[in-house]
Ligand binder design. Structure first.
Ligand code: ATP
Length: 514
């Protein structure tokens, strides 16, 4: 199965099992907008809890807020979004399809790496045991030629992005002979800038109404509340403010399911530090955030850092944490050193002094900021991509199992009476009653036990508990584990502790070393 086929299956699975539906589907959906179903919302809430608690509960110097989506329009002038929150777009004249010029070039660069990797693999097969990869990479004319071409384009691309040179971006696309995947032609328009903010009117009369924006990032809600929080919580630098909330971007190309949406949710934390210490904190937060991802156990090699080619207007250092999605390594989270840009600009635009008096230094300054910013939906997709597994079982049967970390699984336990009579459903209900205050528990009495196990595997439920006639005699049940499919007989009384041991966030948090 190709990675593309796998991804298609994953999307279909998300719909079939109530994780994600296209928005307003009965009207044929709305581009790049999605709704979360009964299982999706549970997984999403658990992701948010993992993030929120690891930030706010595990750091004494981080507090949370929940700011409004609408903000004073001046916010977005101060932040630079009105002037510079743009993507370079380009249209193919034949297919009439629109693309991001930067993405076309980045994809081309990634393809050169794939080409090189293929050459290396071919050579490995040819030379067998004696193959020396490093030597091959540094001497093979074909590899060297591709690498040189890639590096040259890379440099041109970085320069063009930094200089906002749209003509050069188009020229790179032409020089690299990049064709539209739909029409196959290279009949491109000029590259233009496109502002990604959605706007609307606030106020009832046309004359009195003012244009306001749906926030394109949650960060600004934190910056404008910096003074409120610092004063009322009596925070001392270094400290952080965390927030989870919706953000909106009129993305030019909305592809890859929930990877790039027009309405999405962010989990952002702005960490305020002494000027001059920001690089140290930036490195520290890179480590903390990478550990948070890796603690989920999807394989350390599936994550990597990718430093930005083009720094945003507010940043002096930026990196992404990328995950190895079925469509390649892509950004899940950004860690940015935002300098004093945001607070400084809000100070300037609002006329209010936004400064911190540092008793250690005996002086006031505008704090510097290190931000960690992760999309809930992208994290959701990352988990689904990593968890979705098709397995061949003994006897030729197949199963689809979502290997979601137990802490994040939508349902923790499914309780199943072997038959719908003889008092077994009543015992099952009693078991549910003992677990339901702490966990999301499901009851299932339809179909064979095997089919019921499959249904739970498909939504990632870690435990299935079967009540049978022996239960009536000795108060024991069969527990079947999702990943190993191993079954064990345990007393009902031992269930809460067993479930708790697996699904409690404690184990996950301990891995973070915070
Ligand atoms: P990209 O380069 O993919 O457009 P970005 O660098 O603009 O992303 P940031 O502004 O750093 O993204 O946003 C922080 C995080 O918010 C991203 O790492 C991602 O997880 C999430 N995010 C950003 N845009 C979207 C979107 N359109 N849909 C879903 N999640 C998004």
């Amino acid at each position: 199965m190709t990675q593309e086929e796998l991804f298609k299956k994953l999307v279909a699975h998300c719909k079939e099992y109530g994780f994600i539906f296209p928005s307003s589907e009965i009207y044929d959906g709305l581009g790049a907008v999605y709704d979360y179903g009964q299982n999706g919302v549970e997984l999403k809430n658990n992701i948010k809890r993992y993030w929120w608690d690891s930030m706010v509960k595990l750091h004494e110097n981080i507090v949370g807020i929940d700011a409004a989506i609408f903000m004073h329009p001046k916010t977005w002038e101060a932040s630079g979004h009105v002037a510079a929150f743009n993507d370079p777009l380009i249209d193919n004249k034949d297919s009439k399809k629109r693309y991001r010029a930067d993405v076309l070039i980045e994809d081309w660069i990634a393809k050169q790496d794939e080409k090189i990797a293929k050459e290396v693999e071919k050579a490995r097969k040819r030379f067998g045991e004696s193959f020396n990869e490093a030597q091959y990479r540094s001497t093979s004319p074909r590899v060297l030629e591709t690498a040189a071409k890639r590096d040259e384009v890379h440099k041109r691309y970085a320069d063009a992005m930094n200089a906002n040179d749209l003509t050069e971006l188009r020229q790179i696309i032409l020089d690299c002979e990049i064709a539209c995947p739909i029409s196959g032609t290279r009949n491109w328009t000029d590259v233009r800038q496109f502002n990604l903010m959605f706007s609307t009117q606030m106020g009832s009369t046309a004359e009195g109404a003012s244009t306001i924006y749906l926030r394109p990032e949650t960060a600004q809600g934190i910056f404008v509340n910096y003074l409120n929080v610092q004063k009322t919580a009596r925070m001392k630098i270094p400290f952080g403010i965390a927030q989870i909330g919706k953000a909106f971007r009129n993305e030019i190309v909305a592809r890859q399911f929930i990877f790039r949406m027009r309405e999405f949710e962010q989990m952002e934390m702005q960490f305020f530090v002494q000027p001059g210490t920001e690089m140290e904190w930036w490195r520290r937060w890179k480590d903390i955030r990478m550990a948070w991802h890796r603690a989920l156990g999807f394989g350390d090699d599936n994550y990597r850092f990718h430093d930005h080619e083009k720094l945003a207007h507010y940043a002096n250092a930026a990196t992404d944490i990328e995950y190895n999605f079925p469509f390649g390594f892509k950004e899940v989270e950004g860690i940015h050193s935002r300098t004093d840009f945001d607070l400084g600009r809000h100070q300037q635009y609002s006329g209010k002094k936004i400064q911190y008096f540092d008793p250690e230094r005996g002086e006031s300054y505008v704090p510097y900021v290190v931000e960690t910013s992760i999309g809930v939906d992208r994290m959701f997709l990352q988990i689904m991509s990593a968890a979705y597994t098709e397995e061949k079982l003994e006897g030729g049967e197949e199963r689809v199992v979502l290997r979601i970390p137990p802490q994040l699984a939508p349902t923790k336990v499914a309780v199943m009476p072997l038959v719908k009579k003889d008092g077994l459903p009543e015992v099952a209900q009693k078991i549910i009653d003992t677990l339901k205050y702490d966990h999301n528990v499901a009851y299932d009495e339809k179909d064979s036990i095997g089919k019921r196990y499959r249904r739970q595997d498909a939504i990632g439920t870690p435990f299935c508990v079967t009540v049978d006639h022996q239960t009536l005699e000795d108060n024991t049940v069969t527990v079947r584990h999702r990943d190993t499919m191993a079954q064990e007989r345990i007393p009902i009384d031992a269930l809460p502790a067993m479930v708790d041991g697996e699904v409690s966030f404690r184990k996950l948090f301990k891995k973070l070393g915070l």
